[in-house]
Design a protein. Structure first.
Length: 422
């Protein structure tokens, strides 16, 4: 098998040459490239650069079947040059197949507001067109991942997306980041020297939750601006839709950590606006890759809703959610709603559930619809479920062993006008 694979790769690559002579592939061309599973997958050439050997090229490609986080640089020996399609020829097929960057991708809140502030515009069709153009320009700038690897604490992590670190740092293949203050450096020896001087052993701000070795710190973007900007730059390496980097003052950041004798080590965070006109209780959320699939995402989401309960509000995450964010929220909503329905047998309205959980009614309805547990009858949504159905669904949901204990949250909301559940 290995011999035939090697022979095939050599014939496809043409020993470093390609099907169009010595000219490099055009940006926008569609080809097939060998992926980590050993198979060839269709992809688009996003960017190109000279290879390590004179006369060779490397290509930054986006695989049609996969999310942008898997975009990568490939050498010519991984490319099937017999499969090359020109930019125009492959365009229609790519649009039909590309699920990595959906065409209906929404404009993020921050980008939209920034545009409105600069241009003093009212919402019109022309505005939507200009916003779409602004988003397209943003995608053009961020299309090629600029940093491939980061070292954070005891982890070396492959990055997923572009992040706008200063140019002198963005050209580094690997970035070294202090896990406590999040300062970034180009060299390992610089990080080693920094560790001797850095006196932080936990995120700046107030510790508002502790249970066992789990702690949550509230960090004010206005009081700790540099730390929060560094956090946003770090997060952008793993969040495709995030556009907030430097405008951190209107936000609070909640950093979840695991604590040991060396300090409190970040596992993830979420941010929220201090005053959200749209009742968002969460703006951005990230669990760092080494800690994913361990329940921390649900814990962060649960914590955001516990804060909403203390505020006397219902909340919802800011849209659009990333693909992983949507999965985490849908999983959390499903578990919470099923447990409520199991505990309170009998008549429960959507508003009752919303008041008990601080989850917005539209999120409750969409989740119950996805589970086929709700019907629309005589102009109203009616929950239609039996104990047996609830138990069957609960068996399919991932069991959360660690939970947020509200009694361990030492936090009070900023005084504002009183708001009731709705």
């Amino acid at each position: 098998m290995s011999e035939s694979t090697t022979t095939l790769s050599s014939s496809m690559a043409g020993s470093g040459s390609n099907s169009v002579g010595n000219k490099p592939l055009e940006i926008g061309s569609h080809i097939k490239s060998k992926w980590r599973d050993g198979d060839y997958h269709r992809c688009e050439v996003i960017e190109r650069r000279p290879g390590p050997t004179e006369g060779t090229w490397e290509y930054y490609v986006h695989y049609s079947e996969f999310n942008r986080r898997l975009d990568e640089w490939v050498t010519e020996n991984r490319v099937d040059f017999s499969s090359v399609e020109s930019k125009d020829k492959g365009k229609g097929k790519e649009e039909a197949e590309d699920i990595g960057v959906p065409e209906n991708r929404k404009i993020t809140r921050h980008l939209k507001r920034k545009y409105e502030e600069i241009n003093h515009v009212q919402k019109t069709g022309e505005e939507d067109s200009k916003l779409a153009q602004l988003e397209k320009e943003h995608e053009e700038i961020t299309k090629v991942k600029n940093i491939n690897v980061i070292e954070l604490g005891r982890y070396e992590i492959d990055t997923w997306y572009f992040s706008p670190y200063p140019e002198e740092f963005a050209k580094c293949d690997k970035l070294f980041i202090c896990e406590f203050c999040l300062k970034y450096m180009k060299k390992k020896k610089t990080l080693t020297r920094h560790k001797l001087k850095c006196d932080l052993r936990h995120p700046p701000g107030n510790e508002i939750y502790r249970s066992g070795n789990l702690s949550v710190f509230e960090v004010d973007g206005k009081k700790n601006k540099i730390y929060c900007q560094n956090l946003c730059l770090l997060a952008k390496l793993f969040l495709d839709h995030k556009t907030l980097y430097y405008d951190v003052e209107p936000f609070l950041f909640y950093i979840m950590t695991e604590c040991d004798t060396r300090g409190c080590h970040m596992v993830g965070y979420f941010s929220k606006e201090k005053n959200s006109p749209d009742d968002y209780n969460l703006a951005c959320i990230l669990t760092l890759p080494p800690f994913q699939r361990k329940g921390f995402g649900k814990l962060l989401i649960s914590f955001s809703y516990e804060l909403s309960k203390k505020e006397g509000k219902v909340g919802s995450p800011e849209k659009p959610l990333s693909d992983l964010g949507l999965l985490s929220f849908r999983s959390y909503w499903t578990q919470v709603l099923l447990e409520i329905l199991r505990k309170h047998r009998g008549n429960l309205s959507i508003k009752d559930i919303s008041a008990m959980t601080a989850i917005k009614t539209e999120d409750i309805i969409s989740t119950l619809q996805s589970l086929n547990l709700i019907k629309y009858w005589k102009g109203q949504h009616i929950i239609s479920v039996t104990p047996k159905v609830i138990e069957e669904h609960l068996k399919q949901t991932a069991k959360q062993t660690t939970r947020i204990d509200p009694k361990n949250i030492h936090w009070a909301p900023i005084p504002t006008s009183k708001k009731t559940y709705r």
